[in-house]
Design a protein. Structure first.
Length: 295
């Protein structure tokens, strides 16, 4: 991986890790419904502008059902669940719970294809579960009112990402940028009913609106462009490395800007979850020492 691509990978992880910081800032003010409607709408408008500039067709008539499936399982539902959980949980805890998504994807894929789970995958699932238990068991946020439901909501959000990844493997072949663009418009429509369920609890503040704008344009629009660019340039396996870096930045931003406590259990829990994810996905580093020496 070149230095430029490595920089893009770290930048992407920093942006996606920052999404939990922005949700933690805006969710208590705007509520999950209003916040996520802003997020997906801003992302859709940003990607529409890019599509117009690059002359990339959306193909809505041919792929609208596909966009709706991605819109609900890869955007609207997990975004709403994470925003709802962000009213209670810290950014660091949210980022680590989000890292369980590849584990859910592997488990859902095995059930969907009716395949036996290998010993390696089973060990990864057990390890990931232990990491989550360690994190939420020792972190002080678990003692807050409603923390149990918030943790369950965040894990269910990651579960939905697993559904989306399993679906994407068998879905019609659609250009990656169109997937991102179409799914954001679909999510914009699908999130509208949540405005009735989750009205804004307080008047919008400039800080909350700025966080919503950052979530939409930066964490959804720009991040998708970076991610699909990495897949194109270095392949899906190397791009997957971002999954292991996201929690590190989620913890870092939470500590720097929200003064969240980072205890030994935070680092240990995150490390165990990441190790479990690597086992489940069969991830291997995109380069080896042998290749590096040969170069």
């Amino acid at each position: 991986m070149s230095t430029a691509n490595l920089f893009r990978l770290i930048l992407l992880a920093a942006i996606w890790g920052g999404s939990f910081l922005f949700m933690r800032i805006a969710a208590p003010v705007l509520g999950p419904g209003v916040l996520i409607e802003y997020r997906v709408l801003f992302a859709a408008l940003f990607l529409a502008a890019i599509a117009l500039l690059l002359k990339k067709p959306l193909g809505w008539r041919e792929h609208w059902k596909h966009y709706l499936v991605l819109g609900i399982f890869n955007a609207a539902l997990p975004f709403l669940l994470f925003a709802w959980a962000a009213r209670t949980l810290s950014a660091s805890v949210l980022s680590v719970l989000n890292a369980t998504a590849p584990m859910w994807g592997a488990l859902i894929g095995a059930v969907w294809q009716r395949q036996m789970i290998s010993g390696r995958v089973l060990a990864g699932l057990v390890l990931g579960t232990a990491g989550v238990a360690l994190l939420v068991g020792f972190d002080h946020v678990s003692s807050r009112d409603g923390a149990g439901l918030a943790i369950a909501a965040a894990l269910f959000a990651a579960f939905n990402y697993g559904i989306a990844s399993t679906y994407a493997k068998a879905a019609p072949s659609v250009e990656p940028f169109a997937n991102a663009h179409g799914s954001m418009w679909a999510a914009t429509l699908l999130t509208l009913p949540s405005l009735l369920v989750f009205p804004a609890p307080a008047p919008a503040t400039p800080g909350a609106l700025a966080a919503a704008l950052a979530l939409g344009v930066l964490c959804s629009g720009v991040a998708y462009l970076l991610y699909y660019g990495l897949i194109r340039d270095v392949g899906a396996t190397s791009a997957l490395t971002v999954t292991f870096l996201n929690p590190l930045f989620g913890i870092l931003w939470g500590a720097l800007f929200l003064h969240e406590v980072v205890g030994w259990y935070t680092i240990a829990g995150a490390a165990i979850v990441i190790a479990g994810t690597a086992l489940v996905t069969g991830y291997r580093p995109p380069f080896s020492l042998r290749k590096a020496k040969a170069a």
